[in-house]
Design a protein around this ligand. Structure first.
Ligand code: FAD
Ligand code: SF4
Length: 334
């Protein structure tokens, strides 16, 4: 498979990059590490006229602590996140998610956290070569009118398999989107549309600039399941953020449960989360109940388009959530 032809632009500053995005709009794509984008281009899923590279933008590569938050530049490599003491101590779920992304070559040589969040949704009916797809009718995401993953579906239900996005939504992260002449800040949880074709609420002239993680007194944990321990996307993953009561010893004040690889975006599961309010850290029966509620709720979003069967993935939601809860509870106890 060969890359299609494209123009390559290498701006040296953020301002130059935003100027180029404002000029080229829909004709251009940002190239960060290229580990998602170039694969899609080789498969003929995307044919941008122009690539605008972030290679020279060291100003978008940083991790620091400011105003009670961790701030991460969008071009920061996955390897730098894994190596950061601050992330390991204060944003454990992100550390654990990044450790599992792809393989060392993707983490160290190319992959960025911005690219990880903005990787396109996937579906095994769609993420195939031109040749493979030419043997059948086009689905919604390919410009057609049918869906192979869910009969009668009037929209695309491709799946978000980003480990980073699931962990960051668990941690209640915000993002900053920059454009020529301005920027806007939004909760990562509000960044998703309900359409697998265009999963992100972002304009083509905008750039993901920064990720902001609030540092509270909470503990977090992340668990994921994939067929192989490396070079494989999650088929189910779950993050938990757990805060203890200030007044009642070992009592849970607040929990946030997010499940990934089960829908068009990571799923914040409100009912499962709130079921744990006021429970004791040692109450594993309540953990199991919350994990089962998470499984029931997450199952309504998933379609059979990622690796394992739908039944298996749904059953494993409960396991991943339970394990993440136990791990976060253990960290809180310590
Ligand atoms: C073999 C293999 C295994 C993988 N395994 C995993 C895995 O286990 N878990 C996982 O989560 N991912 C996995 N990935 C997906 C992906 O490669 C990584 O998530 C990686 O972090 C993507 O980062 P990148 O910088 O290479 O993104 P790119 O490919 O450069 O970009 C991805 C998308 O984001 C856009 N983009 C990038 N940065 C910005 C920005 N700052 N502003 C606006 N748009 C931007 C690009 O235009 C593109 O559409 C895997 C990929 C491969 C090839
Ligand atoms: S979910 Fe359906 S429409 Fe979307 S990529 Fe898969 S087959 Fe195509």
């Amino acid at each position: 498979m060969r890359l299609p032809r494209f123009d390559y632009l290498g701006p040296e500053t953020l301002d130059q990059t935003l100027d180029l995005l404002a000029t080229h709009k829909d004709d251009a794509k940002i190239l960060a590490g290229g580990t998602d984008l170039l694969v899609r281009m080789k498969k003929g899923l995307l044919k941008p006229k122009t690539l605008i590279s972030l290679k020279a933008l060291n100003e978008l590569s940083y991790i620091n602590k400011k105003d009670g938050c961790i701030k991460i530049g969008a071009r920061t490599s996955i390897a730098d996140i894994i190596a950061s003491d601050l992330i390991q101590k204060k944003a454990k779920a992100l550390f654990q998610a990044c450790e599992k992304i792809g393989a060392i070559t993707i983490q160290h040589d190319r992959g960025t956290i911005g690219g990880n969040i903005l990787q396109d949704n996937r579906c095994h009916h769609y993420n195939q070569s031109d040749f493979h797809r030419s043997g059948r009718q086009a689905c919604h995401k390919d410009g057609g009118k049918i869906c192979y993953a869910r009969e009668e579906a009037d929209r695309c239900n491709s799946t978000c398999q980003s480990d980073g996005a699931t962990a960051l939504m668990t941690l209640n992260a915000k993002i900053i989107l920059a454009r020529k002449g301005g920027e806007r800040t939004m909760d990562l949880a509000d960044f998703y549309t309900t359409d697998g074709i265009m999963p992100f609420a972002m304009e083509s002239h905008e750039l993901l600039k920064e990720i902001i993680i609030p540092i509270g007194g909470a503990q977090s944990a992340y668990k994921r399941l994939a067929y192989r321990s490396a070079i494989d996307y999650p088929i189910v993953c779950a993050g938990v953020l757990l805060k203890l009561s200030d007044t009642q010893k070992n009592e849970i004040d607040d929990v946030r449960i997010v499940v990934g690889a089960m829908g068009r975006s990571p799923l914040f599961l409100a009912q499962a989360s709130s079921s744990l309010k006021g429970k004791k850290l040692s109450d594993t029966v309540a953990f199991k109940r919350a994990a089962d509620i998470a499984m029931d709720n997450a199952s309504t979003f998933a379609v059979h388009n990622v690796g394992a069967t739908l039944e298996y993935r749904c059953a494993m939601v409960s396991q991943m959530v339970f394990q993440a809860l136990e791990q976060a509870a253990l960290a809180a106890r310590e």
